[in-house]
Structure formats: structure tokens, C-alpha cells
Design a protein around this ligand. Structure first.
Ligand SMILES: C[C@H](O)[C@H](O)[C@H]1CNC2=NC(N)=NC(=O)C2=N1
Length: 115
């Protein structure tokens, strides 16, 4: 599945959330994400705080473009946890997989090997 060819659609509720089995199927199309309840989650480590912040700013621009917004926590100066779910339906929708797939392609300044 090439999520970069899709766009998030405005979601104000009224659509069913993805069933767990379907979410697990779609999870296999992503890189490094896991399911936490009805949310997608991925952990990132960066070379330094500045690199983490550049990624967070790129993440924010992507979310604005897609009109679909993740939750994130930057902690311990270079660690970032990103989660996404579709708040309007209280669970996962295809929007979350599109966003996650596009997040996977954002440039990342990873730490030197072994750190
Ligand atoms: C109209 C627009 O699609 C909605 O307000 C969007 C905005 N961003 C959103 N982001 C997320 N994660 N869930 C939503 O339900 C959501 N709704």
C-alpha cells in the first residue's frame, strides 16, 4: 500500500471506526508503528533536540496539509512518541494510516549508530 498517494478526508464523525482485525492488517503496511488500544503509535529517537524539533515542525506542517492531527510527546531531549487516532469517531480510520505512512517518509536525523 502506498499511503503517500492518498489524502486524508475531513472527518466529523458518522463513519464506523476500523475493526481491530482490519487495523492489524493495515498496520503491516507501515514501518515501525504499533497499536495501542485504538491508536497507532510510533517511537522515534533523534541525534539531538534540534533534530527532534525539526521533525516535529515537519510533522506539524504535514498534519495541517492533511487536516488530520497526531498527538505527540517530545521527551528526554531526543525521544519522540507519536500517536494518532481519529478523535471524531473515537477510534482508527484510514486517515490515521495515511498520516502514519506519510510521517514515515519525513526526513529524520537519526543518532549516530549505536547511540
Ligand atoms: C474537519 C476536520 O476534518 C476535523 O476537524 C479534523 C481535524 N483534525 C483531526 N485530527 C484527528 N486526529 N482526528 C480528528 O477527528 C480530526 N478532525
Amino acid at each position: 500500500m502506498d499511503w503517500t498517494k492518498k489524502r486524508c478526508v475531513p472527518c466529523e464523525g458518522g463513519v464506523p471506526k476500523l475493526a481491530r482485525a482490519r487495523a492489524e492488517e493495515l498496520l503491516a503496511t507501515l514501518d515501525g508503528w504499533d497499536l495501542q488500544g485504538e491508536k497507532l503509535h510510533r517511537h522515534f529517537r533523534f541525534r539531538d533536540f534540534a533534530g527532534a524539533m525539526r521533525f516535529v515542525n515537519a510533522l506539524a506542517a504535514l498534519a495541517e496539509q492533511e487536516g488530520h492531527h497526531p498527538d505527540f510527546a517530545l521527551h528526554d531531549w531526543n525521544l519522540l512518541d507519536v500517536t494518532t487516532s481519529t478523535h471524531a469517531i473515537g477510534g482508527l480510520s484510514e486517515n490515521d494510516f495515511i498520516l502514519a505512512g506519510k510521517i514515515d517518509r519525513l526526513p529524520r536525523e537519526a543518532p549516530p549508530e549505536g547511540r
